[in-house]
Design a protein. Structure first.
Length: 729
């Protein structure tokens, strides 16, 4: 039975139970609907059904139910069960603190009056496993194993133990644990697939590639049969990693692409959930995107790799501004080249045959051996031979003449695609007009991939050997120097320059590049590229630097030919101190002396300073100007627009949630310029630097920019203001 069939049956049962006011079966049906929707990655619906079931329990906990001597005992055990499953949903979404709250509530209930203690313990262990706290994870899994009074969900304990053993290099013990986890209870048939995935990964590390592939093949067949997308995506990713290890790079790319496209479909289903949930899920699966992008780059398929990076960056932008919609270039996920489509079709054909034969074989084997007819025995033998043949086809798939021919075509088409995609032609035209280059760095394990697109040239890539730990340390050193006026930032700035820019110097010079359009990856967004140093000069002395979130979300050449109309404002009086409270957090700010001079130098008559710079004064006239330039403090908290705000000179603090409701139809550019803008006062605050995206409340494009990289009490603002020229925008 597929999960959709479970949903159909549960909906009928729920309807019938409601008709006769049968609370017991309503709760059971709602629980089943939640579990089924969780398994098809419809998380919003799963949460809604679980909440309905929990509400029914709270409303009826004192009600007698004929099927049970103690209704309270039934309600308590069912509530504990539901709380665990709610925790599982939030674990899937990488919302670990929220998940722990549900699981700890469940644990408290079962300790009072239940024998299910191992159930929540195992799921808490999974959270610590995902957080890489292997010691705590092992403690919880071992406690769950020792405390289980019933067999239900015991398989999850062994899958968890196997995962800990795998991560600690104890591969043979991992195999034994996963083998004990391949027989999950009736309520979770997909559990076998996750055990098979763990078994396959362990077999890979032991060098048993054929056995690993067979484990993955069985898991993929199971997940496809159930229509369980997350399991299918995970299995395809593991198969891709195995084929990559066997040097079947082209096939690995196809499998990774299929895996990523399933993840994209899941991410689309999360649109109704809060942005912070969408972001945590995207981050939890981002390694799959990075693996694919890294593999494409190794094959010099740079445009395709760039598209993968764009898919990740859609979520990054939506962290700041709710309502970001994917463009025609990102909404379709990952494209397959024609030979890839043919290879994938053949692969699915084999998989479908295996599923159909396997299902018939299992149905026949449900009959006890002594009760089978001669026809059944003969059919079982035929199907077993066919399945063995298909298994052989799977193992030899990449080596077959049909697939080798398609891979040869693929090599040619991939090379051609990197040189002639319509996207590249458009990019070249736009970059030529701007004397610009687009720069995408990609952080991978053990290396940086630098991808650059310049006019009149194919995309280029340069590889720099540097570990993630070294990069993080250099970023921290540089940020520390920038925020300390007494420190010399040139040395750490030069180290990062040597990694990020020096490998591209000759390419930039040869192309006559004047502007670098920069799309930072990961933690690189925490530093200003313009402030890197080559040993003699800052990068800003050689190039203009503009940040974007994703190339395919940005029209690089779109411009308004009318004369810009500027509204400027500054919070400049250093003696004027504001201590605003925003969403429960109190901040302390004082005016920036250089901000007043910066605004004085701007070519506009509309200027507001200090207490005159108020929401009441400027809000009614904002959409009458094409450029808004505010030299003041601001803080941007990813995923929490209610905590992200702009400080006006009189102390007003409109949040990004407020800004969403503003009509900015005439506005083309918003510049936030101040010493703390890009840093904010909170942990995990990142700069919103020149991110071009449509404002959620209008169809007009608005370019948002922030210049907050220099913590110098505003002293460098004067130099920057002297360089501002809005006439050329």
């Amino acid at each position: 039975m597929t999960w959709q069939e479970v949903i159909d049956v549960s909906e009928l049962n729920l309807f019938a139970a409601r008709e006769i006011d049968d609370v017991y079966h309503q709760i059971i049906s709602l629980h089943g609907l939640g579990w089924a929707h969780r398994n098809i990655a419809s998380y919003s619906e799963a949460i809604e059904f679980y909440n309905q079931a929990l509400s029914l329990i709270e409303e009826n906990i004192e009600t007698d139910i004929e099927q049970f001597n103690s209704s309270r005992s039934f309600f308590s055990s069912r509530k504990s069960f539901l709380l665990v499953d709610m925790g599982v949903v939030y674990t899937d979404l990488a919302q670990y603190e929220e998940a722990l709250l549900f699981l700890e509530q469940s644990l408290a209930l079962v300790e009072e009056e239940g024998d299910w203690r191992g159930f929540p313990l195992a799921r808490i262990g999974e959270i610590y496993l995902r957080r890489e706290n292997l010691t705590r994870a092992l403690e919880y899994f071992e406690s769950a194993r020792d405390d289980y009074q019933v067999d239900f969900d015991r398989y999850a304990v062994y899958v968890g133990l196997g995962a800990v053993y795998f991560k600690t290099g104890r591969y043979r013990e991992a195999v034994q644990a996963f083998e004990r986890g391949v027989n999950p209870p009736m309520g979770d048939p997909g559990g076998k697939g996750f055990a098979l995935n763990g078994l396959g990964r362990s077999q890979v590390e032991l060098g048993n590639y054929a056995q690993a592939f067979e484990s993955y093949r069985q898991a993929l067949r199971l997940f496809k049969d159930l229509n369980e997308p997350w399991g299918e995506s995970q299995t395809l990713g593991n198969m891709a990693a195995l084929t990559e290890r066997q040097s079947e790079t082209e096939l690995a790319i196809i499998l990774y692409k299929e895996s990523v496209n399933i993840l994209e479909a899941i991410r689309d289903n999360l649109a109704d959930l809060p942005v912070n949930v969408q972001r945590s899920y995207a981050e939890s699966v981002s390694d799959r995107y990075r693996d694919l992008a890294g593999l494409l780059l190794r094959e010099n398929r740079i445009i395709e790799a760039q598209r993968i990076l764009d898919l990740l960056k859609v979520q990054e932008l939506d962290d700041y501004i709710r309502g970001v919609e994917r463009t025609s270039e990102t909404v379709t996920g990952v494209d397959f080249l024609r030979p890839e489509e043919a290879i994938l079709a053949r692969y699915h054909e084999l998989q479908t045959s295996a599923v159909e034969i396997g299902q018939e074989l299992e149905e026949l084997k449900d009959t006890a051996q002594e009760q089978r007819t001669d026809e059944q025995v003969q059919r079982i033998a035929q199907l077993t031979d066919l399945l063995d043949e298909i298994n052989g086809d799977f193992r030899n798939f990449a080596r077959s003449s049909e697939i080798r021919s398609l891979i040869d075509q693929l090599s040619f088409e991939a090379q051609e695609a990197s040189l002639s995609l319509n996207q590249l032609d458009r990019l070249r035209d736009e970059l030529q007009q701007l004397n610009a280059a687009i720069f995408y760095p990609l952080i991978l394990e053990g290396r940086l991939e630098l991808v650059i697109t310049v006019p009149d040239s194919p995309p280029l890539r340069r590889t720099v050997d540097v570990s993630r730990e070294e990069l993080n340390a250099a970023i921290l050193e540089f940020r520390t120097a920038l925020t300390d006026p007494g420190s010399d930032a040139a040395a750490p700035a030069q180290k990062l320059y040597d990694w990020l820019v020096r490998p591209l110097e000759a390419d930039l010079a040869a192309a006559g590049v004047k502007t670098i359009i920069y799309s930072p990856d990961g933690q690189l967004r925490y530093i200003p590229l313009a402030a890197l140093h080559d040993g003699d000069n800052w990068l800003i002395q050689q190039y203009r630097v503009n940040n974007i979130t994703a190339e395919s979300l940005t029209d690089l050449t779109e411009s308004n030919t009318t004369q810009p109309k500027i509204l400027a404002a500054a919070y400049a009086d250093e003696s004027l101190v504001h201590t605003p409270e925003v969403n429960g957090t109190t901040y302390t700010f004082r005016g920036l002396p250089g901000a007043g001079l910066e605004v004085d130098l701007l070519p506009t008559e509309t200027k507001y300073f200090d207490t005159a710079f108020s929401l009441a004064a400027v809000r009614p006239i904002l959409d009458e100007y094409s450029i808004l330039h505010f030299a003041t403090h601001a803080a941007f908290v990813p995923g929490v627009p209610e905590d992200s705000f702009i400080l006006f000179g009189n102390g007003d603090t409109p949040t990004l949630r407020d800004v969403e409701d503003w009509s900015l139809n005439g506005v083309d550019l918003v510049v936030l310029s101040a010493c703390e803008t890009g840093v904010g006062g909170r942990r995990d605050v990142v700069a919103l630097e020149s991110q071009r995206q449509r404002h959620p409340s209008t169809d007009d494009g608005v370019l948002y920019g922030a210049d907050g990289s220099w913590h110098d009490q505003g002293r460098s603002i004067t130099d920057r203001a002297n360089r501002i020229d809005y006439r050329n925008i």
